[in-house]
Ligand binder design. Structure first.
Ligand code: NAD
Ligand code: 6OD
Length: 485
């Protein structure tokens, strides 16, 4: 039964004159009518966030804010099944994934940054002075102010809270805009914030699209001090231009065209398992997914056949079925984009090892946004399908002869987010990992997370790092205090 999703502004759930549809990509059914925030609503949200800065939130100690964030995390856990249902309805992802990754990390992100801010310490220096008495220098962290949080649709709650957690923990107030494709879990989060007693104006939620809509209203708003954004690189460029007018601080997690390198000395079973996960998880809609797989020539033919077998045996199914491993793409519009790349691959001369089309079921799912898991081979490295991010369940697989060649192929990309290296040779692992131009390199693993570590990309993949103190450093600014003794 479709429900209404409103905006959350100054502690109130507010409607607007215009609504858009949130659609379930499993079968095209209507999930919700979403109230799009107009300019006046965004203005009100920014004003409420500004008013809450010195007031209830700024006046609270870090420990007080941490307690509040832990309460919100508890609220997510208490409504765990509602969050799972909302995430599944918007994305069609397997329930097993929502239950083990998306929603636990939603709560976990808030708890992690609540704990971190409670124990973070500052800098302290003793400075020599000509009179011999010296001086003490220490720094205090201050919030940036009002932060605009703009998040994507692939891991909706996880990526929203990954930004909200540190922003709020550091004492900022927030106006958040979830993706228009996936407003459900963010709307529930607003309810949980409200129930947890987060003071009015500290967290505001505005729904809408990018250009000429809530996204652009936020990025061009003079009352916003910083924008933290996860999404496509091209959107990052547009936001950078918009944010230039009042020199907003920017944190960008953008796209990727990530490489996996399988060396001849890899544990083959482990590398196959890992590569299937890294290519097809979340239907290939994770920024960290491997879209370029490079395999040593001595293993290449065997690896292609075995990867194909595994891709063909992935269980595409209804999200609620326990055995389901892969769901649909997020929308028909995104499916059009992915299918256009499948067609382009054919035009570019690819060998379609498996897949390459729409997945059909003969039931209501044919109204959804399903595509076949796809493996391409035989393309030159300059082909568009090897260089451009597709963001679907698809990879191009190519052989290499020597370590240097594999590194060069991996690095020959406008992106630089993540890579996965598969080898049993410890020296090779260290040697290769540090030569890869990416923000994150996994060895014999993929998407193995420790929230304290720096997360982010180089080149078109982003600006800055999130995670642990890297996040707190973005969301706060030190003021140095020098005391002459
Ligand atoms: P997107 O860039 O289309 O949209 C992301 C968000 O930006 C949405 O909320 C959207 O409404 C908003 N937006 C779009 N245009 C805007 C504009 N002009 N001004 C302000 N806001 C605007 O991205 P998406 O399609 O939602 O997500 C998929 C992309 O995100 C992929 O490229 C993927 O690689 C990337 N991503 C990167 C990471 C990372 O950590 N590096 C994580 C997840 C997703
Ligand atoms: O796990 C995380 O913290 C994180 N930022 C994941 C990003 C995934 C991109 O789609």
């Amino acid at each position: 039964m479709p429900h209404e999703i409103k905006n959350y502004v100054a502690g109130r759930f507010v409607a607007s004159g215009q609504q858009f549809d949130a659609v379930n990509p499993v079968d095209g059914s209507l999930v919700a009518k979403v109230h799009a925030a107009d300019k006046a609503t965004v203005d009100e949200a920014v004003a409420a966030a500004r008013a809450a800065l010195p007031g209830p939130w700024g006046a609270m100690t870090a420990a007080g804010r941490a307690a509040m964030l832990n309460r919100v995390a508890g609220g997510i856990e208490a409504r765990f099944d509602d969050f799972v249902a909302a995430e599944i309805a918007d994305t069609g992802k397997p329930m097993a994934q929502a239950r083990t990754l998306d929603i636990p990390r939603g709560a976990g992100n808030l708890r992690f940054f609540a704990n971190l801010v409670s124990s973070a310490c500052g800098e302290y220096f003793e400075t020599a002075t000509p009179d011999g008495n010296g001086a003490l220098n220490y720094s205090v962290r201050k919030p940036l102010g009002v932060v605009g949080v703009i998040s994507p649709w692939n891991l909706p709650l996880l990526l929203l809270t990954w930004k909200l957690g540190p922003a709020l923990a550091a004492g900022n107030t927030v106006v958040a805009k979830p993706s228009e494709e996936t407003p459900g879990s963010a709307a529930l989060l607003a309810e949980v914030m409200h129930e947890a007693g987060v003071p009015a104006g500290v967290f505001n939620l505005v729904n809408g699209f990018g250009p000429n809509s809530a996204g652009e209203f936020l990025t061009t708003h003079d009352g916003i001090d910083a924008i933290t954004f996860t999404g496509e690189s091209a959107t990052g460029s547009a936001i950078m231009r918009a944010a230039a007018t009042n020199v907003k601080a920017l944190s960008f997690e953008l796209g990727g065209k990530n490489a996996a390198i399988i060396f001849a000395d890899a544990d083959l079973e482990q590398a196959l398992d890992g590569t299937v996960r890294s290519v097809f998880s979340n239907c290939g809609q994770v920024c960290l997914c491997s879209e370029r797989v490079y395999v040593h020539e001595s293993l290449f033919d065997e690896f292609v056949v075995r990867l194909m077998d595994r891709a063909e045996s992935l269980r595409m199914g209804w999200p609620h079925e326990e055995q389901t491993e892969i769901g649909p793409l997020v929308s028909r519009a995104h499916r059009d984009k992915v299918l256009a790349y499948y067609d382009l691959a054919r035009q570019e001369g690819a060998n379609i090892v498996t897949g390459g089309g729409i997945a059909e079921f003969g039931d209501a799912r044919d109204n959804g946004a399903w595509v076949q898991p796809t493996i391409l081979s035989g393309l030159p490295e300059a082909a568009r399908c090897v260089r451009e991010e597709i963001f679907g369940p698809v990879c191009h697989i190519a052989p290499f002869a020597a370590e240097d060649q594999a590194i060069a192929m991996a690095n020959d990309s406008p992106y630089g987010l993540a890579a996965a290296i598969w080898t049993q040779n410890l020296s090779r692992a260290h040697r290769v990992a540090r030569r890869i131009d990416a923000g994150i390199v996994w060895v014999n693993a993929w998407y193995l997370r420790d929230l304290r570590t720096p997360f982010g990309g180089v080149k078109l993949s982003g600006i800055g790092r999130e995670g642990g103190m890297h996040s707190l450093n973005f969301y706060s600014e030190p003021t140095n205090i020098c005391i002459k003794l």
